[in-house]
Design a protein around this ligand. Structure first.
Ligand SMILES: NC(=O)c1ccc[n+]([C@@H]2O[C@H](COP(=O)([O-])OP(=O)(O)OC[C@H]3O[C@@H](n4cnc5c(N)ncnc54)[C@H](O)[C@@H]3O)[C@@H](O)[C@H]2O)c1
Length: 285
């Protein structure tokens, strides 16, 4: 049930592919809180995914765009202002993709043209979005822009590959642009660092099930779900967080502050059972 936290606000949600997408949950929640929105995703995702069903359910329009194309982004912002009847109050960037991950290229054997694509789609698209929005003066004063990120930007996580570099860049863009956008238009720019979440993009990461289980055991509050993330986005888009900007906000059940938990230790000890020699020494392989 909504609390009208976003009553009268207008927003753009990028990246809802299917029901599992974090952006999907965010779109549902912001509308529940009284916002009117447009949706955007790549033309192929709109054709192949189920974004149309979401648009129908929420009674909103989809504006297809490749987020690496400045022209496409200009179209999204211009059309959104037309459809929504004025400047936008919030934007969600929920976009990520690595061809190196998809093609199972390891971090010490990256294809550099694929790395460029990873960075363009997953990080530079955020800069393009911000630059386009600012040049078109498309965001209202005290508007709020959020991009989703992951803790692999700060700490090495097995299998996250070149997406870690993309996320580090994404978070840096939020700070660098957040300074300028805040100074000139009071627009705030933040990233939310979300727990591993079972989605199409998430499940592409090597050993993702184990990663979800590990962080669940490490986090005192357990992993944050996509629904939890949607709630946090609502707060970040609302007027209750007007002075929060240029931050990377961990939304991870406490994972980022943990070193070792009881639950993880128990599992860790169990996992040695099969790999000890007859004298009980661990065989490292
Ligand atoms: N799932 C997780 O574990 C997790 C954890 C932390 C952060 N995130 C981040 O959350 C965001 C959303 O991912 P998700 O987990 O909901 O997965 P998802 O696969 O549902 O969403 C990724 C979206 O990116 C879109 N996309 C890809 N290339 C694009 C392009 N060129 N232009 C526009 N859109 C494009 C896809 O169509 C898709 O809708 C990503 O930034 C992801 O890195 C996810």
């Amino acid at each position: 049930m909504g609390n009208n936290l976003l009553k009268g606000k207008k927003g753009i949600v990028f990246g809802a592919l299917n029901e599992m997408s974090i952006a999907w949950k965010v779109a549902e929640r912001v509308v529940e809180e009284g916002a009117t929105i447009t949706l955007s995703n790549t033309p192929i995702a709109v054709r192949m995914g189920t974004t149309n069903a979401l648009a129908e359910k929420l009674n909103c329009q989809i504006i297809p765009a490749d987020a690496t194309s400045v022209e496409d982004l200009e179209n999204v912002f211009k059309q959104s202002m037309e459809i929504l009847g004025g400047k936008v109050d919030f934007v969600l960037h929920s976009i990520g993709m690595s061809p190196n991950v998809r093609k199972k290229r390891t971090y010490d054997d990256l294809d550099y043209s694929m790395l460029n694509t990873t960075l363009d789609i997953s990080a530079i698209s955020f800069h393009k979005m911000l630059q386009v929005a600012k040049k078109l003066d498309a965001i209202n004063e005290w508007g709020s822009i959020v991009a989703l990120t992951y803790i692999a930007a700060q700490r090495t996580m097995y299998g996250y590959n070149d997406m870690a570099d993309a996320k580090a860049m994404l978070e840096s863009i939020a700070r660098s642009f957040g300074y300028i956008y805040g100074r000139e238009h009071h627009v705030r720019v933040n990233t939310i660092s979300q727990s591993p979440t079972m989605t199409t993009a998430g499940s592409g990461v090597k050993g993702f099930d184990s990663l979800v289980d590990f962080s669940e055991r490490m986090s005192p509050l357990g992993n944050a779900t996509a629904d939890d993330c949607a709630n946090y986005c609502v707060v970040m888009f609302s007027d209750l967080t007007k002075k929060v900007t240029m931050q990377n906000l961990f939304h991870d059940g406490g994972f980022s502050s943990m070193g070792m938990s009881f639950r993880a230790m128990e599992q860790y000890l169990k996992s040695f059972d099969g790999i000890k020699d007859k004298d009980g020494n661990i065989i490292y392989g």
